[in-house]
Design a protein around this ligand. Structure first.
Ligand code: ZN
Length: 336
C-alpha cells in the first residue's frame, strides 16, 4: 500500500530556508512548505525528523496506558492521595505527544514551525510542574516534610512554569526576529542558551528536595530507602539528556554522518523518556511505601495543590502560547 503512494522527496541543508536548519545535520530535510498529508506520510519515510517523531509518539501510548491503569484499576478519582500521581502521568502523556506533533508538522511553514515548538515548550514546562506536584506529595525527605520550604514549593513551581514557558517561547520568538532581520534581533546561539536555562532552572528547582535527600542528607529523617536507586537512575539519565541537548553530540564531531539515525536530538528524546520512566517508577514506589507515614505527617493533597494547580498551569501556558503566536500570524515570515 505504502509503496503505491508517492513519498515526498527530501532536501539538503542548502535547499531549505535557514530557519529550518539543524546544527550539523546536512541532509534529510522535508519540503519547507509541506502539506499536512506530506507531514503525516513522512512518518513512514526516513527523513531527519522520522525518529524524532517515533521516539516520542510510541512512549505517549506507554504513559497513557499507565494513566488509564491508575484511573480505572486504582479508582484514583476517589482517593485524593493519588491526585498528584494523576497530574504527573498526564504531564508524561502530554509532553511526548506535543513533541511528536511538533516534529511532525514543523515543516509546514516557518510560522507553523515556531507555533508547533511553542506548544512543545509549554508541554515540557507542564511536565516540570507535574514532577514538582508529585515530589511535594511523595518524595520530600521526612526531615523537610511540613517545613516552610515544603509549603512554598508547589506555588513556586507554578510560578516557575509561567517563567519557563515565557522564556522558552521568547527564545524562539527572538530567533524569528533574527531571521526577519528586525532591529531587536538576537543570535540563534543566544536563543539556544536561553532555552537551556529556561528548562534547566525549573528542573533544578524541582529536584532540590530529591538532591538533598539522595546526595546531602545525613542522619535521621533522610528517607534513605530502596527507592533511591530508581531516583539515581532518573538523575543520571536527566543529566545525560541535558548534555545531549546542549552539546549536539555526536553529529557535531562528524556533520552529515548522523542525519537520519543517531543524532543528538533522537538520543535526547530516548534518554528523556527513559529518565521519565525511572522517575515514574520511583514516584510510584515512594507513594506506596511511604503512604501511611505521609498521610499522618505531611501536607494533605488537596484539589488546590494538585489538580487545581495543574489546571491553572494549563490555562496560563495556553494563554502565553497564544500571546506569542498572534504576532507571528499577523505577518508573513519570509522564507530565508
Ligand atoms: Zn524534540
Amino acid at each position: 500500500m505504502l509503496s503505491l503512494m508517492k513519498l515526498p522527496r527530501v532536501f539538503t541543508i542548502n535547499q531549505v530556508p535557514k530557519v529550518f536548519h539543524e546544527d550539523s545535520i546536512i541532509s534529510g530535510y522535508r519540503h519547507p512548505r509541506s502539506s499536512a498529508t506530506d507531514c503525516i506520510l513522512s512518518l513512514f519515510q526516513l527523513t531527519n525528523e522520522t525518529l524524532n517523531i517515533w521516539t516520542h509518539f510510541l512512549p505517549t501510548w506507554y504513559f497513557l496506558w499507565k494513566l488509564v491503569t491508575v484511573v480505572l484499576i486504582q479508582t484514583a478519582w476517589q482517593d485524593s492521595f493519588t491526585w498528584p500521581l494523576l497530574v504527573f502521568l498526564l504531564s508524561c502523556c502530554i509532553y511526548p505527544l506535543a513533541s511528536s506533533c511538533a516534529h511532525t508538522f514543523s515543516s509546514m511553514s516557518a510560522r507553523a514551525r515556531h507555533i508547533c515548538f511553542f506548544f512543545d515548550y509549554g508541554a515540557l514546562s507542564f511536565y516540570s510542574l507535574g514532577s514538582a506536584i508529585t515530589y511535594s506529595a511523595y518524595v520530600f525527605p521526612d526531615k523537610w516534610v511540613n517545613s516552610f520550604f515544603h509549603r512554598c514549593y508547589v506555588p513556586i513551581a507554578v510560578l516557575n512554569t509561567v517563567i519557563c514557558t515565557s522564556v522558552a517561547c521568547y527564545s524562539r520568538y527572538g530567533e524569528t526576529m533574527y531571521f526577519t532581520e528586525f532591529p531587536e534581533c538576537q543570535s540563534p546561539k543566544f536563543s539556544k542558551y536561553l532555552r537551556v536555562v529556561a528548562f534547566a532552572y525549573p528542573y533544578l528547582f524541582d529536584n532540590i528536595p530529591l538532591f538533598y535527600r539522595v546526595f546531602l542528607c545525613v542522619g535521621e529523617g533522610c528517607t534513605d530507602n530502596d527507592t533511591n536507586i530508581l531516583h539515581y537512575n532518573h538523575i543520571a539519565l536527566a543529566l545525560l539528556t541535558g548534555f545531549l541537548f546542549a552539546t549536539h553530540l555526536p553529529e557535531r564531531l562528524a556533520p552529515g554522518s548522523f542525519d537520519y539515525i543517531g543524532h543528538s536530538h533522537q538520543l535526547f528524546h530516548v534518554c528523556g523518556i527513559l529518565g521519565t520512566h525511572f522517575q515514574m517508577k520511583a514516584i510510584e514506589q515512594d507513594m506506596v511505601t511511604r503512604r501511611p507515614w505521609l498521610l499522618e505527617q505531611s501536607i494533605p493533597n488537596t484539589f488546590t495543590n494538585s489538580l487545581g494547580a495543574a489546571l491553572f498551569c494549563v490555562v496560563v501556558n495556553f494563554t502565553i502560547i497564544i500571546l506569542y503566536s498572534l504576532p507571528l500570524l499577523s505577518f508573513e515570515l519570509p522564507a530565508k
